[in-house]
Design a binder for this molecule. Structure first.
Ligand code: FES
Length: 121
């Protein structure tokens, strides 16, 4: 079992990410609020470099009382990573695709020790 240094906790502002080379694979480490998450940099769709995609709040389309939609809004409670290959959006918290639980990112193990983050293999 190996460990790969992913930086100090203080290196990450809210919304930051680093993609770490772990030998045979890469792992994306993300900070959302005061929490950290780590996912393999391999999209659940067609293995694209998902962790290098755009980070953005989830886009929602509110339905009015008359059952029409007129605008798009951001869901401030949910942060997504958007795969750069085909645009699939995954929750950084859960790894699930926003529209289908069939697609989920592979979780990576990590530990925080004395203010430093280590990805474990
Ligand atoms: S490979 Fe990621 S959306 Fe297709």
């Amino acid at each position: 079992m190996g460990e790969y240094f992913a930086g100090a906790v203080t290196d990450y502002a809210d919304g930051d990410r680093k993609v770490i080379d772990c030998g045979e694979f890469e792992v994306g480490v993300f900070r959302v609020g005061d929490e950290f998450f780590a996912w393999h940099n391999r999209c659940a769709h067609r293995a694209g470099p998902v962790c290098q995609g755009r980070i953005m709040k989830r886009v929602i389309e509110p339905v009015s009382d008359d059952r029409t939609t007129r605008t798009l809004e951001y869901d401030a409670t949910e942060t997504n990573i958007v795969c750069p290959w085909h645009g699939y959006e995954f929750s950084i918290r859960t790894g699930y695709h926003q529209a289908s639980s069939r697609f989920r990112l592979r979780k990576a193990e990590f530990t925080i020790r004395e203010g430093e983050i280590y990805v474990r293999t």
